[in-house]
Design a protein. Structure first.
Length: 247
């Protein structure tokens, strides 16, 4: 049986852990209209880790797709998709690291703008293998989605860079439109076979994650939770591409 003194020590440890947890600042106040949220120390660390840990796996995953490419078209799609995946996590990690450790406003804004632009590149890059390798019939307009998606991403980026940190709700609506719209069009015209469930799961995770993307200062570590939803959705999409288009 455990001696009484160990019970006392365990109770003290539990008490001090609780005190420590209570003393941590889990979130700051919500920013005023169109201002950037200022994360707490813990939130900064969580933001860096939740995307930083995906950089190496995404490089590995990209190499697997490149090596499994049976044709030059597959290789091209693997290259574009993998670069968008790797850059999405890398730019995000860089931005959050600089935001945490560096007071250089110019560098911070440059990386923040790049981080947001990467979301559009990542959306277009994720669609690309599906619309290029497994295209819709030539005689209907959605066949052209393989380039329309890039035009939409470009429009999104131009809008976002022009109206940086203004009309944020409209910006979020544009992400949803560019992210979800093409999927709805594609699914109206054909089934994507065994990969469809994982694609839909990924899409649902992205949409659910937006709730946290908009909850800075309302939910502790909201942005890091958004990152986890993005990572979960990216994993789901990656395996859908691997199993459906590359095996
Ligand atoms: Zn982020």
């Amino acid at each position: 049986m455990m001696p009484a003194k160990y019970w006392t020590q365990l109770r003290m440890l539990k008490g001090s852990t609780f005190q420590t947890m209570k003393s941590i600042k889990w979130m700051n106040d919500r920013p005023s209209h169109n201002q950037q949220y200022n994360p707490t120390y813990v939130e900064h660390i969580a933001n860096i880790i939740t995307h930083g840990i995906w950089v190496l796996p995404s490089i590995y995953g990209g190499l697997v797709l490149l090596l499994k490419s049976p044709t030059s078209s597959h290789f091209l799609c693997a290259l574009i998709y993998s670069l968008s995946l790797i850059l999405c996590f890398t730019v995000s990690t860089l931005f959050h690291s600089v935001f945490f450790s560096n007071k250089n406003r110019f560098l911070r804004e440059l990386l923040h703008r790049s981080d947001r632009a990467m979301i559009y590149i990542f959306i277009a890059g994720s669609y690309f293998p599906w619309v290029f390798l497994d295209p819709l019939p030539h005689n209907i307009w959605p066949y052209h989605l393989w380039w329309i998606i890039w035009v939409l991403a470009l429009i999104g980026i131009v809008y976002q860079q022009t109206f940086y940190e203004k009309y944020k709700s409209f910006e979020t609506m544009m992400y949803v439109f560019v992210g979800l719209g093409p999927a709805l069009v594609i699914l109206q015209h054909k089934s994507l076979g065994p990969g469809e469930f994982m694609l839909k799961l990924g899409g649902a995770l992205y949409i659910l994650g937006i709730t946290f993307f908009k909850s800075d200062g309302k939910i502790p570590c909201a942005h890091a939770i958004w990152h986890l939803f993005v990572a979960g959705a990216a994993v789901s999409h990656y395996f859908a591409i691997l199993f459906h288009l590359y095996s």
